[in-house]
Design a protein around this ligand. Structure first.
Ligand code: HEC
Length: 442
């Protein structure tokens, strides 16, 4: 079979499968009364042109490397391309988290007995279901925000990442993801089949969510002390948030009693990995939104200047204010404004925390933004390590300038507003010194 035919065949089977699943999802959403919006989004127009633009990210680079045979992927009968893909992309296996609610694409294959596994590093996320037709991938593309791919789980001579737009944006491109192509973290009341009991309510999760609203539909291993959460619990129709048995499923070292983890790469769904995933997924969404909204404001200004005969680059107050409102929410999240405080120490169940922290860029005193605290908050120095990521570094210059100026103001102690009150003078000094040493600020 020629290379082209193999590729086409694999593309076809991936697309057919995804189309079938999407049809099913649409039917379910229609029956449950959800309204659907499938019209072209703002991000499909100039200057973003999400669907039409060529991506440039770790997956498109791996695709090139596979094409030129400088890299290859191995197939294993148990988990297909999963282990090899994680290795090729430098995604640690111990980042594994397990979600058993039927809330995502391959819902038919997900249940409390067969949870979906997610793996991630700073730039990308990989979803795996047992006997799934595809691996699902979301990746931070510095210009396009989150870009989605599927990889056929059938053995092939030429594994091919199929870029997916509509099918994923159905859930990953609306109000749940700040109206940009983005990541999702949900917490639901799932029944014994993994079906979310939506009448009981559901939560969007980020670092400001109370623990009592987190992790519904997820497995959670590790110790959270008395911080009760919705993880490891199965609900029936009669139950609601008010009558949850909070003592159930707390502080499990292993999942043995709940699920057979032997088909997975790890036996954990480590709470520390879950907390980092929680921080990071929303942080990526805010970076994407700041990026898009700033470029859109500049694009609009350009057209206005042309129409009114003003010189190129003439700055309008409305542009300055749009850039501010695009960047301020990113800045707050990045500095952990309103992070839910911890009231007991959190202890992970795997080597995730160690691996994660060891990847930090150290300053000359040996400090890094990836050091954990886990006693009163997630990180020792509350400023997101994603300031070193390609997507942060590729923010439009006007957005980057705005954020830097504000960062300096806050870290120098000149912004005493409520939003940043959680940063003590010594927090501000530590963060400032780390950022200067690691060349984020000068
Ligand atoms: C029916 C809604 C739905 C569709 C369609 C969907 N997803 Fe998701 N996805 C979710 C939800 C909800 C989560 C959060 C974890 C969970 O509940 O499983 C998620 C999480 C993910 C994650 C983990 C990190 C992140 O980005 O949030 C990846 C990777 C992912 N999806 C990839 C995809 C890809 C690729 C497609 C399209 C081929 C897709 N998804 C289509 C609902 C969906």
């Amino acid at each position: 079979m020629s290379l082209e035919i193999v590729v086409r065949k694999s593309v076809c089977s991936q697309n057919k499968f995804i189309q079938a699943v999407i049809f099913l999802v649409l039917c379910i959403l229609a029956v449950s009364g959800h309204s659907m919006q499938l019209i072209a989004d703002d991000f499909d127009r100039e200057p973003i042109r999400y669907r039409d633009s060529e991506p440039n990210n770790p997956i498109s680079k791996l695709q090139q490397a596979l094409k030129s045979s400088t890299k290859s992927l191995d197939y294993s009968p148990l988990s297909g391309y999963l282990a090899s893909l994680l290795k090729a992309l430098d995604v640690p296996e111990n980042s594994q988290t397990l979600v058993f609610s039927k809330t995502s694409l391959q819902r038919e294959r997900i249940s409390p007995d067969r949870p979906r596994a997610l793996y991630f590093n700073d730039d990308l996320y990989i979803g795996y279901t047992q006997a799934g037709e595809v691996l699902e991938i979301s990746v931070a593309d510095p210009r396009l925000g989150t870009v989605f791919y599927s990889l056929d789980q059938e053995r092939s001579k030429t594994p091919f990442f199929m870029r997916q737009t509509d099918s994923c944006l159905l859930c990953h491109g609306g109000s749940q993801t700040l109206s940009v192509p983005g990541h999702l973290m949900r917490s639901v009341f799932a029944d014994a089949d993994g079906q979310p009991l939506l009448a009981s309510g559901s939560f969007r999760t980020d670092q400001t969510s109370p623990f009592a609203e987190r992790f519904g539909g997820w497995y959670v291993t590790g110790n959270l002390g008395k911080q009760f959460h919705l993880g490891n619990k199965i609900f029936t129709k009669q139950q609601s948030h008010r009558d949850v048995d909070w003592s159930k499923g707390m502080n499990l070292k292993l999942l043995d009693t709940l699920v057979d983890t032997s088909p997975y790469l790890q036996n954990s769904s480590d709470v520390v990995a879950l907390m980092v995933l929680t921080h990071q997924s929303e942080m990526h969404n805010r970076i994407t939104r700041a990026n898009f909204q700033t470029r859109q404001a500049l694009h609009y200004e350009d057209a206005l200047n042309k129409a009114l005969g003003e010189p190129t680059g003439h700055r309008w107050p409305s542009t300055t204010s749009r850039i501010k409102s695009a960047c301020e929410p990113l800045l707050e999240y990045m500095l952990f404004t309103e992070e839910t405080p911890l009231n007991s120490e959190v202890i992970g169940s795997s080597t995730f925390a160690k691996t994660f922290a060891s990847r930090g860029q150290l300053d000359r005193k040996g400090r890094s933004l990836r050091e954990f605290d886990l006693k009163t908050r997630l990180f020792k120095y509350p400023c997101s390590y994603l300031v070193y990521s390609d997507s942060y570094k590729n923010l439009p210059r006007e957005a980057a300038d705005y954020i830097l100026k504000r960062l300096e103001e806050i870290l120098a102690g000149n912004d005493k507003s409520e939003k940043f009150r959680h940063l003590s003078p010594s927090d501000r000094t530590h963060i400032r010194e780390i950022l200067v040493d690691t060349k984020v600020i000068h």
